[in-house]
Design a protein around this ligand. Structure first.
Ligand code: ADP
Ligand code: MG
Length: 275
């Protein structure tokens, strides 16, 4: 079905940037949708209490739904909370609910507080195998805009980090803090973790500033930055209000095409990118 090669093992990619509004959720939703639309088996884990990626993929996440909160805090299995995305095959979501806002504090006193997501995910891989289900090709974890224990759990559960960077004046500010945190995780909790991918988002080709920021980011991270830029595109911002990725909402739009291209690039570069 897919012309792109499947990864040999599941690639687990944490989408993180402690800044809000830089395109984490938009990138998670649309890269995941683009990959599923190409025939890959994809799981999105929403660990932002806002639950925006759950909404964006059309998955219920009201307070009474079971969610990643119950997995992290009450040892519920992923298998019990995984939900199919209604309009894209091969795409599943572990939704987040507002209860997750308290998890940051509740996790502090729990055993293996940094490893809870990783353990649940490992268990889910084994469960799928036992059920005779196909292996997941990609897992994306959509992080909240902070570097607390939820994000630490995401860094521990993944091998790769994808950092979306908005092409604006303050783009690089705060990035060293993010990179320091990732280094700490590498050192103490998860040595293989790599910033494999940086994606420039909301690019406005008409401004000189956007071009300058893009250039600066490429100079800092020559290996991690994708060639593909995500343009500012109204279809991308409309899609969530229809509870759809832009891939389903308007596949011919420049926004959808850019995310499809970025997804293909992530596949082609493989998991070794950025090492
Ligand atoms: P984050 O998850 O980092 O907080 P979001 O993905 O929610 O950021 O994006 C912030 C806002 O910007 C959202 O309203 C989203 O629809 C909008 N947005 C993101 N990327 C684009 C884009 N390429 N073009 C237009 N709007 C975008
Ligand atoms: Mg978000």
């Amino acid at each position: 079905e897919t012309e792109l090669e499947r990864p040999e093992t599941t690639r687990t990619i944490t989408v993180s940037n402690q800044k809000g509004g830089v395109g984490k959720t938009t990138t998670t939703v649309n890269i995941a949708a683009a990959l599923a639309a190409q025939g890959f088996n994809v799981l999105v884990i929403d660990i932002d209490p806002q639950g925006n990626s759950s909404t964006g993929l059309g998955v219920p996440h009201s307070a009474d739904e079971e969610s990643v909160y119950d997995v992290l805090i009450d040892d519920l299995a992923f298998a019990d909370v995984v939900t199919d995305c209604p309009d894209i095959e091969r795409l599943q979501v572990v939704p987040a609910t507002i209860h997750l806002a308290g998890a940051e504090i509740e996790l502090v006193s729990l055993v293996a507080r940094e490893q809870r997501l990783q353990r649940a995910l490992d268990q889910y891989h084994r469960y799928r195998e036992e059920q005779g289900e196909e292996r997941l090709d990609f897992v994306f974890i959509d992080c909240p805009p902070s570097l607390g224990l939820l994000t630490v759990n995401a860094f521990v559960a993944a091998q790769e980090v994808l950092i979306p960077i908005q092409c604006e004046y303050y783009a690089l500010e705060g990035l060293s803090q993010l990179l320091n945190n990732i280094q700490m995780i590498q050192k103490h909790l998860n040595p293989p973790l790599t910033v494999s991918t940086i994606l420039l988002t909301m690019y406005d080709g008409r401004t000189r500033l956007a071009a300058q920021v893009a250039e600066e980011v490429r100079e800092h991270f020559p290996d991690a930055v994708l060639e593909t830029l995500i343009p500012r595109n109204v279809r991308i911002s409309e899609a969530p209000s229809y509870q759809q990725s832009v891939i389903s909402y308007d596949r011919g739009s420049t926004g959808a095409l850019a995310y499809l291209e970025a997804a293909a690039e992530i596949v082609a570069r493989g998991e070794e990118a950025g090492r």
